[in-house]
Design a protein around this ligand. Structure first.
Ligand code: NAD
Length: 277
């Protein structure tokens, strides 16, 4: 018996990283999966984003667990593409019980130097994309009188970080959005919660700009990144967390174990937020 037996989950940004961990974790617990990912590059993102092969790989991993999976190339900034993904999922699997609104980008730059394109791609993906994803599933969940939405925020939805104001703004924004969705969907029996991951070991934070940030100077290396990970959380031995840590928190929130939990944010950051400064 799995915690999600017979359920269907739509996961945005599921081609790799945390989204893939969500897909595999949900599938292990009995869910069929619709994976939506842009699987192409945005112009202001300075690290390689997922590719179509990554999306196909997530589908393969779910199918290897004897669950059904559909991979859809969709940009969360595109409401029609999300509506189509939802319609396809319902046509193939009959229902959507779970949305994990996980797709996101991490771009940087002092706020006074950000271009409008960079601001718009960030807010469009990390904030408006979450609203559009929830909007796409809401009518179906309301009609069925049940459902669970989990939104991926960040510790940067709870505290700022220097050099990425647009990201911090979007991640704070989705926590307000989550609370509004929770309030508006509660009368319909649909829950909505958020997760605030700390430093998770995914391609989003393993590249030159991230290495420089973790090193505290230009010319950082992957070794600086690995060392910095050991100082990130409060828990003994913490380093960059495996994406499964986030997927397990979402699993709880999406399961009946959390049947009375809505409108909350769970940090998954090994106690990082407890640390001074
Ligand atoms: P990742 O870069 O490995 O995965 C993000 C995925 O989202 C990629 O597959 C990418 O193609 C997809 N995506 C990006 N823009 C999209 C769009 N417009 N439409 C559809 N798909 C899109 O990074 P990750 O760490 O797995 O990120 C998952 C989520 O976790 C993001 O929302 C991110 O902001 C958040 N987060 C990450 C960390 C971390 O340390 N890695 C920490 C806190 C929060």
């Amino acid at each position: 018996m799995g915690l999600l037996d017979g359920k269907v989950a739509l996961i945005t940004g599921g081609a790799r990283g945390q989204g893939r961990a969500h897909a595999v974790t949900c599938a292990k617990e009995g869910a069929d999966i619709i994976v939506a990912d842009i699987a192409s590059q945005l112009s202001t993102v300075d690290y390689p984003m997922a590719e179509p092969d990554d999306l196909a790989e997530t589908v393969t991993l779910v199918e290897a667990l004897d669950r059904r999976a559909i991979g859809v190339q969709a940009d969360v900034r595109d409401q029609a593409a999300l509506d189509d993904a939802v319609a396809l999922g319902i046509a193939e699997f009959g229902r959507i019980d779970i949305l994990i609104a996980n797709a996101g980008i991490w771009t940087g730059g002092s706020f006074w130097e950000l271009t409008e394109v960079s601001w718009d791609e960030m807010i469009g993906t990390n904030l408006t994309g979450v609203w559009k994803s929830a909007k796409a599933v809401a009518p179906h969940m309301i009609e069925r009188g049940s459902g669970s939405i989990v939104i991926t925020s960040s510790v940067n939805g709870l505290e700022p970080g220097p050099g990425y104001a647009a990201y911090v703004s979007a991640k704070h924004g989705v926590i307000g959005l989550m609370k509004s969705i929770a309030l508006e969907l509660a009368p319909h029996g649909v829950r909505c919660n958020a997760i605030s991951p700390g430093a998770i070991d995914t391609p989003m934070i393993n590249h030159q700009r991230a290495w420089n940030m973790f090193a505290g100077h230009e010319g950082g290396t992957e070794a600086d990144f690995r060392t910095a990970g050991y100082h990130y959380g409060a828990l003994k031995g913490t380093t960059f967390l495996d994406p499964r840590a986030v997927a397990n928190a979402a699993l709880y929130l999406n399961s009946d174990l959390a049947e009375a939990v809505t409108g909350v944010t769970i940090p998954v950051e090994a106690g990082h937020l407890l640390l001074p400064g």
